[in-house]
Design a protein around this ligand. Structure first.
Ligand code: CTP
Length: 407
């Protein structure tokens, strides 16, 4: 999922030749799953048609304070539009529009909406070389930056006037990347690498049977999704589940056995800042695996020798650096606090998430969970029964609060 998915975006278009590129901007925003409302200045309609933009944005294009075709003359409420927006992009921003933005003039709908807006505003100037360099224009750009508006600097290159130099609006792809990177920088896990394990592991007995458990993987998938929404680059290593996760910031690695999980975890662990092992790794695996299906036995019984799997969490604890944060999950029935602290110590963890066994709606298979989070200093925090997505948010909030000194 893109960081822009579900975001409400106002795209303000002012009248310059670069306005034709705004159709691509709309398309790219829509591709990212955003909702787009286009606002045009009257002169921009000379460069690109409202029909193209409304078709691409799936929304009527707004330009006037009143809809002239509407007999009831409904007012296009600039305040409502501004409140609706999560992001306001003005591209292209001409010298004229920039100057009016800087001096709080509101002689069209785009400008009135701009002046009412509280969301982050990005502006991408586009104009001819000398106009761009003009000191009054440069002062206006600086003024907007000092007002907290986000400047998407121009490119240098071939200009509509035939001249070459600074003044070209950034390309649509560059504008979208600029906005995405800018949003990410404010996220709490920006530039962090997060490793999550999820799901059960299946340990083969023969060609068709395995030792496994009922883990659905929901908790781990939810952790991966939350970490990605906080700006992290996530690797999700999962045992067999029926779940799917498509997100630009999550790499999903599918494994079956604990041994395979161990191999993959080792590959990604060294570069991870935060690792949360929520997989229900099978503690044991059959000592021998039969390549053929085992037949029914004459004596009506079958014994399978099991041997212990490697404890992945412990291995990571033994090999982690000071800077890395390592979190395990645990199921305890009694002496929760004491056992958890012991596990933190024995496995060199930074925290443990305790799953409650006794509460309805918590644990394997459910969409909800009830957890306590214990950190290595013994701080014990109990949470209510919540959706696994809210539990994930609690977990990351705790980690970020607790370990902010490592950031
Ligand atoms: N884990 C692991 N590798 C294993 C077994 C477990 O990485 N072979 C991880 C799990 O992903 C989880 C934690 O270890 O984060 C669970 O620890 P464990 O000691 O197995 O927890 P309990 O099931 O609570 O253990 P015990 O039966 O020892 O109380």
């Amino acid at each position: 999922m893109s960081i822009l998915s579900g975001k409400n975006i106002l795209l303000g278009i002012s009248g310059g030749i670069a306005a034709y590129k705004s159709t691509y901007i709309v398309r790219l925003f829509k591709k990212q799953g955003a909702n787009v409302q286009v606002l045009m200045t009257p002169s921009s309609k000379e460069f690109v048609t409202p029909l193209s933009l409304s078709t691409l944005s799936n929304n009527p294009v707004l330009s006037d304070f009143f809809d002239k075709k509407d007999k009831n003359k409904l007012w296009n409420n600039h305040v409502e539009l501004a409140l609706w927006a999560d992001i306001f992009l003005i591209a292209p921003a001409t010298s004229n529009t920039i100057s009016k933005m800087a001096s709080a003039r509101a002689d069209n709908l785009l400008l009135a909406t701009y002046l009412s807006s509280k969301c982050p505003v990005y502006f991408a100037p586009a104009m001819d070389l000398d106009m761009y360099k003009n000191s009054a224009n440069q002062e206006n750009i600086k003024k907007l930056i000092s007002h907290g508006k986000i400047h998407i600097p121009v490119n240098s290159g071939f200009l509509a006037s035939g001249l070459e130099g600074e003044g070209r609006m950034k390309e649509p792809e560059e504008i979208i990347d600029f906005i995405i990177n800018n949003i990410k920088q404010d996220l709490k896990l920006y530039n962090k690498k997060v490793l999550i394990t999820a799901g059960p592991t299946y340990e083969p007995i023969d060609a068709v049977r395995f030792v496994g458990n009922f883990s659905s993987g929901k908790m781990g998938f939810s952790l991966a999704k939350t970490a990605a929404s906080l700006g992290a680059e996530v690797t999700l290593i999962t045992g067999p589940t029926s779940l799917n996760l498509v997100d630009d910031n999550v790499v999903v690695v599918n494994v079956v056995t604990a041994d395979q999980m161990f191999v993959e975890v080792k590959k990604y662990f060294r570069s991870s800042d935060i690792s949360i092992l929520s997989a229900a790794v099978s503690d044991f695996k059959p000592k021998n695996r039969s390549d053929k299906k085992i037949k029914k036995q004459n004596n009506n019984t079958l014994s399978i020798d099991l041997i212990q799997n490697i404890d992945i969490l412990k291995y990571l604890g033994d090999n982690k650096s000071e800077k890395q944060i390592l979190v395990g999950f645990a199921l305890e029935t009694d002496n929760e606090n004491q056992n958890a602290l012991l596990k933190i110590k024995n496995k060199n963890l930074d925290a443990i998430v305790l799953n409650s066994l006794n509460d309805k709606g918590a644990g394997f298979g459910h969409d909800t969970n009830k957890v306590s989070i214990i950190n290595k200093n013994g701080l014990f925090k109990k949470f209510k029964l919540k959706s696994k997505s809210d539990v994930s948010i609690d977990i990351f909030n705790e980690l970020i609060n607790d370990f902010h000194e490592k950031y």
